[in-house]
Ligand binder design. Sequence first.
Ligand code: HEM
Length: 455
Amino acid sequence: MSLTETTYEFNKQLPAPPRVPGLPLLGNALDFLNRPIEFFLESYHKFGPIFRITAANQKFVVMAGLEANRFMAQDKDEIFTSESLFGEFAAQMGSRNFLVAQDGAPHRHMRKVMQRGYSKSGIAPKLDDFVRLTTDFTHAWQPGTLIYARDQFQRLVTEQLGTGLTNHSSKEHFEAIRIYLGTLLNVLVIKRQPRLMLSLPKYKNAKKKVMEFAKLVLEEHRHNVIEHEPDLVDDLLAAKDWNGDSLTEDDLLAATIGPFFAGMDTVANTMGFMVYAILKHPEVYEAIQKEVDEGFADGVPPYQDLPKMQNLYAATIETLRRYPVAPFTPRGVAKDFDFAGHHVKAGEEVIFANGLTHFLPEFFPDPWKFDVNRYIAPRKEHKQGQGIFAPYTLGPHTCLGAGVAEVQLMVTVGAMLRAVRLELTHPNYEIKTKLMPIPGPDPKFKIRVVEHRKI
Ligand code: HEM
């Protein structure tokens, strides 16, 4: 990264960001862990778009609001670093070219390598598989029983992405992948579990199984065992790193397992919230049911046509806004900078509250209300300007699979509501959000399967 070449100017005389008062020893830990969005909103209104918090022994500078989002969007990998967040994760996988942990030109290079494999046009030929897998899953749910949404959606989403992006099922390896990813994120990224977890047999066995699985997927691609259109793994095998060298075996293994990690928490959690919100709003449920019964009658429409199912599309976007699963983006500070009259030093840790704009009434009136009509003309509240709707964060690391995620959510929830009739355990049920490790529906959230529909 060319930090020495940057001409960005700053003024060390400016004051440090104001500190949000907290409890002795714990600081702001309880508010941060239990009600992060509400806490950041209150602090934003009281202290402005930049403030400092402490959570036990960790210190963060928080940046929030539209200007903060735009500041993050224009960073060219000069001020902020992802290495400090994901570096240890990459090291555990033995990879020096691990996308989320890279900065600067090497990062931009690897993004280009993976762009096609992670694009929605790349998964377009796989949408029938997405529907088939959804139907297989839902038909295994017995009428009258309750399903655990998080568990089922994690399995389904991971199977779809493996099939779609690597032409490989992960069913047999699902538990190992879930344990491996969950432990790495909890211990090394959000640091809420002790390092000891990395020496336990449960983690070590899972790691071994996941790596063996990645090796199998890689070898099958090397030897063209399964006939398929070129996919992400083929692109990785053909790629060079930023220095022009072939990727190492560890780089290849780490990148091959990426699609099996990518939706496990993000898409599955969003799907949980989306199905909850639809069941909670019977008029939205009925409208989507009608749309998908007609729209999917002759097979899945091309992905470009999915947004024409207005209610299905709006429910997807509104879920991403109202229930953002990535509302915050932690970053290291690689270089001093000024923001909103305050100075931040290199070496500090910043949390961008990229999802906070979703809850500002000047952009989304009555922001806590789930309202699909926001996205229908003339309102179109998600298209008001850059940085207002930011469920995938902003800047150089903005989600590479955002297009895939939206297509996957629409196709899967659409196919699910065609295949089965679902309901909440009680019409007054209110979902709780838990950090696991990112915000998601309470793992105890259950949905009742009323019937298999005759379609
Ligand atoms: C609702 C679903 C999703 C959400 C909210 C989401 C959110 C995010 C966010 C916030 C980041 C940036 C992380 C950081 O820099 O710290 C990210 C990165 C990434 N996401 Fe997603 N994601 C979703 C689904 C997906 C899917 C389905 C895929 C793959 C098909 C995917 C692939 C990626 C990749 C490869 C990166 C790394 C980009 C980079 O470091 O340059 N994501 N995602």
